[in-house]
Each structure stands twice: as C-alpha cells, then as structure tokens.
Design a protein around this ligand. Structure first.
Ligand code: GN1
Ligand code: MG
Length: 359
C-alpha cells in the first residue's frame, strides 16, 4: 500500500517528500510525513480490530483536544489534529481503512525514564491531564473499547480463550495461566470498589505509558500527552498504575529474562510525587488505592498478553512467535514483585501524600 498517498487527503502545508515509520505503539500504524516546505506531520492508520468504531474514536479525540486547547495557553500543550480536504478529522480510504493526521511535534518520547526528573515530569503530565479533564462532560464520550479496564471481565475473556485454545498454545502457557489465576481475586478488588462507589468515575487517559508523554528535548519538561484513543470514563488509579507498570519497572515489557523484572521503589516514589502534586483533587480513597492500581494494571495487561498469545496474536503487534507470552511473563513477575513490596508501596504513597497535603 502506498502510505504517503493517504496523506494527500489531509490539508498539509506542501507536498509529501518522505514517509517514515514512527514510534513503538502496539496497536495503530504510525508514520512521519515530511513535506517539501519542511513541515512534518504524524499520519496514523487506526487499528480496526481493536477500535471497532474509528469514527467514534475520532469524535472523542477531537472533543478532548478542543477542550484542552481552550484551557491551556501553550499551543504545544495538546495534540493538533489536521483536517482532511473534506473538513473531517479522519479519512476513510478505498480499502475501508481509517487514517488521521496530527501536527508533528518536535520532542522526545521515552521507553524508559533516563532520569528521575523525566519520570517525575510524566507523573505531573498525567496528573495534570486528569485535573484538566475533571469538568469534561463525561457522558459525551463514546466508550471506544467497552470494559477496557474491567479486570474481572478481562479474566472472563481469558478463561474463554483458555477453553477454546484456538491455536493449541495452552500447554505452553500452563505456568502463566496458573500464576495469573492465583492473583485473580486481588486483581478484581478495584472494580468492586468502583461498583460500590468507593472510588469515583472520572475522565481518564487509560493508556499512560511513559512513551505517551512528549518531553521537550531541551528543557525535558512535559509538553503534551499523546495517544488519546482510550480517553474514557475510568479510574484515576488506573492511570497512575499503568505508568508505574511501564515506567517504574527494572526491565522492558518484553525482556526475555523475566527474573530481571522488579518494581523500582525509588521510581515509584518519584512518579507518586509528580502525580499527586498535579492531581490535588484525588480523594483519600483514591490515594489509598494507588498501589492497588499499579498491581491491577500490571496483572491486567499481563492477562491481556496471555489471552492474545492463546488467541494467536490477534490484538497486539508481535515481532516473533512467543512475543506475547514473553510480555505476559514480565508483567506477571512484576505484579508478583509488587505484592512482595506491598507495605513499602503503601507507606511511600502515605508519606508522599501527607507531605504534599500538609504543604
Ligand atoms: C497498547 O497503543 P499502545 O502501544 O500505547 C494497549 C494498552 C496496553 C499497552 C501495553 C488500545 O498501548 O492498553 O497497556 O499496549 N492499547 C490498547 O504496552 O489496547
Ligand atoms: Mg495506545
């Protein structure tokens, strides 16, 4: 497929002269388009297997970016969508694929923090994001992926996949299946707290990996939060937790040797500080559930990788045969390590929170 051809559907400045694959997302396909007037854009094909209704995804992204731009002063503080020649924010090609375009922002996205300050900045960015959206009319948002962080439902989905064993990988994944099931009860506690109204439903990002924050390459300050496809009503502690899962880990998500995977308590503390400083409106119950958020998000993505391995790699992009199983192992190892450091995690949260709140 001629990717650059899709770029012509959008109102760019100049003609495209280069099209380069960009970023490390597991879902959409992303390209950088450079034009003959030296302008650069991000062109993305939305993954239709994952996002069943790309038009609704784009309606959410448009609403959220417009809302953010009205509130913030720095034009680089939120994504800029580029309209098509037909004045829409998505383009549907002849094959029925959906595309969108953003202004390219010159900053850096990290796969692991290079310094404490980087991670602190990402905590500030996601905390701020949450605060900025506190008065966003949640009922106008489409649920782009139903039950996205409904962990009990994720367990049910996993159990179906185990039963179906579509590609005959169940035997291979037996230790991981047992390990995941042993953590099921604890993994479902957060959803119960939401159902019982102990925790409030907010508008959240839901995919708060470190590489979804753009940092200014010179000042290293957080510029902007990326990847708004899953902005939906959700739990603040999910956003906190997913950042910890990815950024406060001692190994990459797909490290082959899962014994290298631990929680870095120092980084945990750094992020907690940034997030809580930027999100002062969290309730005491939310603050007390932050560690549980980290555990739950780690376990949840672990079982999502496991389910996808059992299904034959339909959802997450993989680079090799057992990539999803490798990813699942690191996540289960990290979740188990969090349980070992449970008291320390909760003590850190309590200390940081009281330091901030008594300031
Ligand atoms: C996917 O799109 P990307 O790579 O930022 C996934 C997240 C997972 C993450 C695991 C829509 O995020 O939920 O936590 O992979 N996004 C979707 O790395 O499923
Ligand atoms: Mg994403």
């Amino acid at each position: 497929m001629n990717i650059a051809k899709q770029a012509y559907a959008f109102r760019m400045d100049g003609q495209p002269v280069a099209c380069i694959p960009h970023g490390h997302g597991h879902i959409n396909s992303t390209f950088k388009i450079v034009t003959d007037t030296d302008k650069a854009y991000i062109l993305q094909r939305i993954n239709k297997y994952v996002f069943k209704n790309p038009i609704q995804v784009m309606a959410n992204v448009q609403a959220v970016t417009e809302f953010l731009h009205k509130k913030i002063h720095d034009p680089k503080g939120a994504l800029h969508l580029i309209p098509t020649l037909r004045n829409r924010y998505y383009h549907k090609d002849e094959e029925g694929e959906f595309w969108r375009m953003y202004d390219f922002m010159n900053g850096i996205c990290l796969d692991s923090p290079q310094s404490d300050a980087d991670f602190y900045e990402s905590g500030l960015a996601f905390g701020r994001f949450q605060e900025l959206l506190a008065d966003f009319p949640a009922s106008t948002l489409f649920e782009t992926i139903p039950h996205f962080h409904h962990t009990p439902d994720r367990f049910q989905q996993l159990k179906k996949s185990i039963e179906l064993d579509m590609v005959g990988r169940k035997e291979q994944a037996k230790p991981e299946i047992l390990q995941a099931m042993a953590m099921e009860e604890m993994g479902c506690r957060l959803q119960k707290m939401l159902d019982d109204h102990v925790l409030p439903l907010r508008v959240t990002h839901n995919d708060t990996k470190l590489n979804n924050v753009m940092l200014d390459s010179k000042t290293r300050k957080a510029l902007c939060v990326l990847d708004l496809d899953t902005v939906m009503p959700g739990l603040s502690v999910h956003d906190f937790g997913d950042s910890i899962r990815f950024g406060a880990a001692t190994a990459a998500e797909d490290e082959q040797d899962a014994t290298k995977m631990h929680l870095d308590l120092h980084l945990f503390e750094i992020y907690t500080k940034g997030f809580l400083e930027a999100a002062p409106s969290l309730t005491d119950e939310e603050v007390s559930a932050l560690a549980l958020g980290a555990f739950t998000m780690t376990l949840e993505v672990g079982i999502r990788f496991l389910k996808d391995y059992l299904d034959g790699d339909l959802y997450f992009r993989v680079a090799y045969e057992n990539h999803n199983l490798i990813r699942c192992r690191t996540q289960l190892a990290l979740a188990a390590d969090m349980l070992k450091h449970w008291d320390e995690m909760n003590q850190i949260v309590a200390r940081i929170s009281s330091e901030i709140r008594t300031k």
